[in-house]
Design a protein around this ligand. Structure first.
Ligand code: G16
Length: 542
């Protein structure tokens, strides 16, 4: 029987996991008992932990190491037999999913606030992934939240800290802490999926790439895989050392925050290919020379070219995308004669489809792409899949995407974010939209086919999720979608997604902001964005 100490505690308000775990300011997490309560609520909600193995690690942000020491002692106090922790406390979200599945652990705890900034005054986060390797589904996060509201004690072990930097196995009470190489298992999996010889030959032939790790978790992974196994030139990986504050950056791989990379790819003598990943390594942005690939297009192009990659040579069972993601992938699925599933925002909704073998590739407009190789979206995986496609097709990124549009038509797409707006105003705006009945009405030159608040019934387990985003869909298939972010920590973030199908290749070169201008205006007017939020322009446009 493990020796443990019971500590009395009181519930904290607001420990409700969002789209992906609990995200709060570091100072909130530093309150005595705050992290402990949430961790105990996880352990109390997932069944008997006795004798089990847990995977543990994070994106290296401020408070990562302290949190790991706390969780290790609590795991020992709760009867775990072993915790596998990434060396230095580092473990990317997709690598955690890989390790959970490979070693059949009793799930894992990942410490990350993803793409949110890090530092003493910035964000921290924690999420539990289930034994299948994916984010906890809503039933589990609801149980964890319910437990946080009742909690009156937690269990820990009074022992010293573990050296997280030396590989090996260390006793902690009656438990074993296994400090493991966080890259090795993940790199081995990537070699099973992609043609590393072809990609090596691509680099050997002078192909030039920049990968921006944004001083976040993918640095060690990208260096080992791109510059190591694939022999890309040293310097291919930029900002490759994980830092607690991401070098004062915002580790969000988009056109605004990955500015070093964007400058390189849109500047003189640009490399052939550019990519970036986020804080915890699950997001990706793909760039060609002077060319941005939207995440929705990236999913569609990868799906259309998947059989060029050894791991997907047999073809795809199906594709899944989140509702606000463009329908570009649906067109590929239709051409391939496979189903395309439309889910609510959040990778957790793909889990059942992947487990049931209904979907092979999944993607989201929020810079997330992945497959059934793990149960999380996977930034470097997407980059390697693109490299595999580029190595086989021997064409520039822009040419591949333009040919794709010419064949399938282009789903012109843009997302406008209004960050850190007043929460009451944001909720009021959404309530206003929910109350509208626009069917049959004309808005500008567009006629509304229907408007609704997206609801989803999981085709595998029948679970129902409501209020997943307001859609206004027009007769020609164009649409505007509104939802509030579930990942922010300050006020509310309103996301506006705008999409229009353009079959005419003569129009494909147009800047989406120009092509979508009428729809954007209609969306702003119908939602009364300026009147309700005071914002005349979005904070970020992608
Ligand atoms: C998380 C989820 C994603 C989801 C995204 C949406 O991403 O893992 O599946 O698409 O949030 O964010 P929001 O609710 O802000 O639109 P991440 O990378 O932050 O874990």
């Amino acid at each position: 029987m493990t020796a443990f100490t019971t500590i009395q505690t009181r519930p904290f308000d607001g420990q409700k996991p969002g789209t992906s775990g609990l995200r709060k300011k570091v100072r909130v997490f530093q309150q005595p008992g705050y992290l402990e309560n949430f961790v105990q609520a996880i352990f109390d909600s997932i069944g008997d932990c006795t004798g089990k193995t847990l995977a543990l690690g994070g994106d290296g942000r401020f408070f990562n190491r302290e949190a790991i020491q706390i969780i290790l002692k609590m795991a020992a106090g709760n009867g775990f037999a072993r915790v596998m922790v990434g060396q230095g406390g580092i473990l990317s979200t997709p690598a955690a999913s890989c390790v959970i599945r490979k070693y059949q652990t009793f799930g894992g705890i990942i410490l990350s606030a993803s793409h949110n900034p890090g530092g003493a005054d910035e964000d921290f986060g924690i999420k539990y992934n289930i034994p299948a390797g994916g984010p906890a589904p809503e039933a589990v996060t609801e149980a964890i939240y319910a437990r946080t509201q009742q909690i009156d004690k937690y269990r820990t072990t009074q022992v010293g800290d573990v050296d997280l930097d030396q590989l090996g196995e260390y006793p902690l009470g009656d438990m074993v802490v296994q400090v493991f190489d966080p890259v090795a298992d993940y790199a081995a999996l990537m070699q099973e999926l992609f043609d590393f010889d072809a990609i090596r030959a691509l680099f050997a032939g002078g192909f030039r790439m920049k990968f921006d790790a944004m001083h976040a978790v993918t640095g060690p992974y990208a260096k080992a895989i791109l510059e190591g196994l694939l022999a890309a030139p040293a310097g291919t990986v930029m900002n490759g050392t994980p830092l607690e504050d991401f070098g004062h950056g915002h580790p969000d791989p988009n056109l605004v925050h990955a500015h070093d990379l964007v400058e390189a790819l849109f500047g003189a003598d640009a490399p052939d290919f550019g990519a970036a990943s986020d804080g915890d390594g699950d997001r990706n942005m793909i760039l060609g020379r002077g060319f941005y690939v939207t995440p929705s297009d990236s999913l569609a192009v990868l799906a259309a070219n998947a059989t060029l990659c050894p791991g997907y040579a047999k073809g795809l069972a199906g594709i899944a995308r989140s509702m606000p993601t463009s329908a570009a992938a649906d067109r590929v699925a239709a051409a391939l004669g496979i189903p395309c599933y439309e889910t609510p925002t959040g990778w957790k909704f793909f889990g059942t489809l992947l487990d049931a073998g209904k979907a092979t590739l999944c993607g989201e407009e929020s810079f997330g792409t992945g497959s059934d190789h793990v149960r999380e979206k996977d930034g470097l995986w997407a980059v390697l899949m693109w490299l595999n496609v580029l190595a086989k097709r021997q064409q520039p990124v822009a040419e591949i995407v333009r040919e794709h549009w010419a064949k399938y038509g282009r789903n012109v797409y843009s997302r406008h974010d209004y960050e850190a707006i007043d929460s009451a105003a944001a909720n009021g705006l959404m309530e206003h939209l929910r109350g509208l009945d626009l069917k049959g009405q004309s808005l500008g030159a567009y006629k509304v086919a229907f408007n609704d608040d997206f609801a989803y019934t999981d085709p595998v387990d029948g679970s129902i999720s409501t209020k997943q985003g307001v859609r206004i869909v027009f007769d020609d298939g164009s649409r505007v979608v509104f939802r509030l972010s579930g990942t922010g920590t300050e006020g509310a973030t309103l996301r506006l997604y705008v999409e229009q199908f353009q079959p005419d290749p003569a129009q494909h070169h147009l800047d989406p902001q120009v092509a979508l201008a009428d729809l954007i205006k209609i969306a702003r007017d119908v939602a009364q964005i300026e009147a309700r939020t005071g914002r005349t322009e979005p904070t970020v446009i992608t």
